[in-house]
Design a protein around this ligand. Structure first.
Ligand code: ATP
Ligand code: MG
Length: 422
């Protein structure tokens, strides 16, 4: 036998129940986003490396050690996108889309980060991202949170906690950074390797550590919330008040800092305890400085991204979804004369009943084995076509889920029969 070729570590095939749950997230998200008037945008998977370095930040984990970066045939340094915001902002600027207009956008697709693969953490993973340009908030920040809360409800997910914080303005953060570094230096013997590295490059990220041994250091650190500038403080108070108006519960987590440099003011995460260490299913916040930072006119912006694999795992845990699409009607073909008219009949039913799944037995098989497949398909009815039925232009309808008699109906009566019952 020829040697098999395996997939790349951390890049998974998604099939069966997982694929069904994945699709469920996308469909529910599209419906919810439509309710709020958000528009789709499609963006490239590959961008110039410089775009990510300048937006995400040179000294973030992503840019320092997680990007898939390569030289293309012209020698330009390109990277597979590790997240979607940078590319979206680039597209806004390049196409003049923030000029005197508000944009409410969403996209979804694969992202790439060379992280250590583990449950809920992969090298190719999928995000659905939502971005709004041109609004200062906090009303729009609240809209994004309400929209995500509605999505969890739509998906029937329980146990998600909303955590919020404010990172303040750039200036407030610079002042705070000095206090934080002084504090961390006073406990330098307790810092782990990652935190020591971050101490000089990106000290706020120390607060985001996932290391349980660091929890006491983090818990007693000075709080960014106490160092906020006046405007950010007001923004945050209004955000909280508006969340209260909508009855949306939240927990203020002063150590929520986010892993990317570009955030300011409101940041939020939706977190579950059901997925182990990788409990954040959705994360976002305001990034008012980013458009200008990558060459556009100053434009306020806010957005979030949700991790589809983590939501998919939650759906499977909480709901055990189907692993295939259940049929409503299954067409059984008995006898040699039925195959070709069977195709025509199935297409006719699909034309007339577009909301039903009409699955046809392809590939032959005995009558008995076809009926078995019909039963397994989950169909409510089998439509049986044998040589006799074909010659008389009728079909046999066999109820599969209840004890009632089968009956013979003319082809032109079938649509009325099914539309009354399904
Ligand atoms: P984490 O703290 O879990 O590493 P992050 O802060 O790096 O997350 P973001 O860049 O904000 O995450 O991405 C938004 C969401 O995308 C995360 O909350 C998570 O649900 C998902 N996500 C991020 N990285 C991965 C990954 N490597 N594999 C699967 N999902 C991921
Ligand atoms: Mg990360």
């Amino acid at each position: 036998m020829t040697k098999q070729i395996a997939a790349i570590r951390g890049m998974n095939d998604i099939y069966g129940q997982q694929a069904m749950a994945f699709q469920k997230v996308l469909q529910a998200a599209e419906q919810t986003l439509h309710q709020y008037g958000y528009q789709p945008i499609r963006l490239p998977l590959v961008e110039k490396t410089e775009l990510f370095a300048r937006s995400i930040g040179e000294v973030t984990d992503i840019v320092e050690k997680e990007m898939y970066t390569f030289a293309d045939r012209n020698g330009d340094s390109l990277s597979l996108r590790p997240e979607g915001t940078a590319g979206c902002v680039r597209a806004m600027i390049e196409n003049g889309l923030t000029h005197n207009q508000i944009q409410k956008l969403y996209y979804s697709g694969p992202m790439f980060r060379h992280e250590r693969p583990q449950k809920g953490r992969y090298r190719q993973f999928h995000q659905l991202g939502v971005e709004v340009f041109g609004l200062n908030g906090p009303d729009i920040d609240v809209e994004l949170i309400a929209l995500s809360a509605r999505l969890w409800e739509q998906l029937g997910l329980n146990g998600l906690e909303l955590q919020i914080n404010s990172l303040g303005s750039q200036q407030a953060r610079t002042a705070y950074r000095e206090d934080l570094v002084a504090y961390l230096q006073s406990r330098i013997d307790e810092l782990d390797e990652d935190s020591l590295r971050r101490l000089n490059t990106n000290p706020l990220r120390v607060l985001d550590t996932k290391n349980p041994a660091m929890q006491d250091v983090v818990a007693n650190a000075p709080k960014l919330m106490d160092a906020l500038d006046v405007e950010s403080k007001q923004h945050f108070e209004q955000l909280c008040a508006q969340l209260d108006d909508l009855g949306l519960d939240y927990v203020i987590n002063p150590n929520l800092v986010r892993g990317l440099d570009y955030y300011n003011r409101s940041v939020f995460e939706w977190v579950t305890k059901d997925l182990g260490a990788q409990g954040t299913v959705c994360a976002g916040g305001r990034y008012d400085g980013l458009v200008e930072q990558i060459g556009g006119k100053p434009t306020p912006a806010v957005g979030f991204a949700l991790g589809i694999e983590r939501l998919m795992a939650l759906i499977i845990d909480q709901q055990s979804p189907e692993d295939s699409i259940p049929a409503d009607i299954y067409v059984v073909l008995a006898g040699d004369q039925a195959a070709r008219p069977g195709l025509v009949l199935a297409e006719m039913l699909r034309d007339a009943l577009p909301s039903l799944s009409v699955q046809m037995n392809c590939g032959g098989g005995s009558f008995k084995s076809q009926l078995k497949k019909a039963d397994k398909s989950g169909a409510t009815y089998a439509v049986i076509l044998g040589d006799n039925e074909v010659s008389q232009q009728v079909a046999m309808i066999k109820p599969l889920r209840e004890q009632s008699e089968q009956q013979s109906l003319a082809w032109d009566e079938l649509v009325a029969f099914f539309s009354q019952r399904m």
